[in-house]
Write a new protein. Structure first.
Ligand code: NAD
Ligand code: WQD
Length: 335
């Protein structure tokens, strides 16, 4: 078995996936320039798995440095590509930063892959590629609509680059479209620990409960949903990690693996923002200071996944729910 290169291995989803891959016997190296993560993550991965992986502190956009990583590791057979900037609001303010980092980084990486021994490629895509979906649950056949942000466009464009660039090669690729990842590792040694401010719902809730924020503002409660707040499909980061391992095993061993495939990764159940808050209150045993505010521009009202394709083809069954997410996130916030 060759090596697996994980880009963004020190980041949130990447680090949890590295742990799962190591536990399934994979030999991992990471490329992460630490723009949104900390090197200490490598020690935490070691303390969970007993294995110390090497992280190359390299910017993917630096073609020459990336080529050196591939030259030093000619036995890389698979790549899982997490490294990207991901803040929707920041991408609206600094679109060029997002196109340069997420698109140039991908192009350098794909170029190295097609000129090396890489056979399998997995990409972190997002439900954001679907824009405002008309029919729920959202399947892989739901139309790709106008993206809500430059960040969303980088995911749509990246999927196209992957499709076209690997077509003339024997590299097989999978785009994994995550819904709303949250939660932390059960050991409490890994979780979301970004350098940039996290503005997603779950960290906002835990920061409020810790007193780091005055309150959580619910962005709108007059939508046409069961309690008026938006609906999302929150997926535990360890279920996501498991999906990456299964996707890689599928590419390596299944005769059904195609040149290019795509899978939705969610739990298939929509949870409203207010339900998420109540799940937090239940598992933490404390009231959250929240208030209803105006809708956030650009928010999709409701989105959740049909993940039956991942269940049937990858054998993936997410096991954790919103309470598991809140429990592990709360423990992580209190570490
Ligand atoms: P993260 O910021 O925690 O991890 C990304 C990692 O990539 C960071 O460690 C960062 O330092 C690194 N990185 C970024 N640009 C780089 C570059 N040019 N060169 C080298 N390293 C670079 O984010 P995450 O939540 O773990 O997200 C991982 C992937 O999943 C991203 O592609 C993101 O767009 C995608 N995704 C995330 C979510 C989510 O809500 N977290 C949802 C859907 C898709
Ligand atoms: C969730 C819900 C907010 C904060 C984003 C990206 C998406 C994907 C996942 C990467 C929404 C509400 C939030 C707050 C609130 N990422 N909310 N108060 O917007 O669903 O998805 O992350 O690919 O592409 O767009 O996630 O966590 O920001 O919001 O009421 O302080 O919580 O309105 O309904 P979102 P989120």
């Amino acid at each position: 078995m060759g090596k697996i290169l994980v880009t963004g291995g020190c980041g949130y989803i990447g680090s949890h996936t590295v742990v799962d891959l190591i536990e399934h016997g994979y030999d991992i190296i990471s490329v992460d320039n630490l723009i949104n993560s900390k090197e200490g993550v490598i020690d935490n991965i070691k303390s969970i798995t007993g294995v110390e992986i090497k992280n190359y502190e390299v910017d993917l956009c630096d073609d020459e440095a990336l080529k050196t990583v591939f030259a030093e590791n000619p036995d890389i057979t698979g790549v899982i590509h997490f490294a990207a900037l991901k803040a929707v609001g920041e991408s609206v303010e600094q679109p060029v930063l997002y196109f340069r980092n997420n698109i140039n980084g991908l192009i350098s990486l794909v170029d190295c892959c097609v000129n090396s021994n890489v056979k399998h490629f997995i990409f972190s895509s997002s439900c954001t590629v679907y824009g405002n979906v008309e029919h729920l649950p959202c399947t892989e056949k739901s139309p790709i609509r106008e993206a809500e942000s430059p960040y969303g466009r980088t995911k749509q464009i990246s999927e196209m680059i992957i499709e076209d660039s690997f077509r003339p090669t024997d590299v097989k690729a999978i785009n994994l479209r995550y819904f709303n990842p949250a939660g932390a590792h059960i050991s409490n040694k890994l979780g979301e620990d970004p350098k940039k401010v996290a503005l997603n719902l779950v960290p906002v809730i835990t920061e409020t409960a810790l007193g780091l924020r005055d309150k959580t503002v619910v962005f709108g409660d007059q939508y046409d949903t069961r309690d008026g707040s938006c609906i999302r499909d929150f997926i535990h980061v360890m279920d996501l990690a498991d999906a990456h391992t299964k996707a890689l095993q599928f590419l390596e061993t299944s005769p059904k693996a195609k040149a290019l495939d795509v899978f939705n990764l969610g739990i298939g159940q929509g949870v409203t923002v207010l339900e998420a808050i109540h799940a937090f209150e239940k598992v933490s045993g404390q009231k959250l200071n929240y208030e209803i505010g105006p809708p956030r521009p650009g928010d999709v009202i409701a989105i959740y996944a049909d993940y039956s394709k991942a269940r049937e083809e990858l054998g993936w069954n997410p096991e954790k729910n919103i309470e598991d997410i809140m429990e592990t996130s709360w423990k992580w916030a209190n570490r």
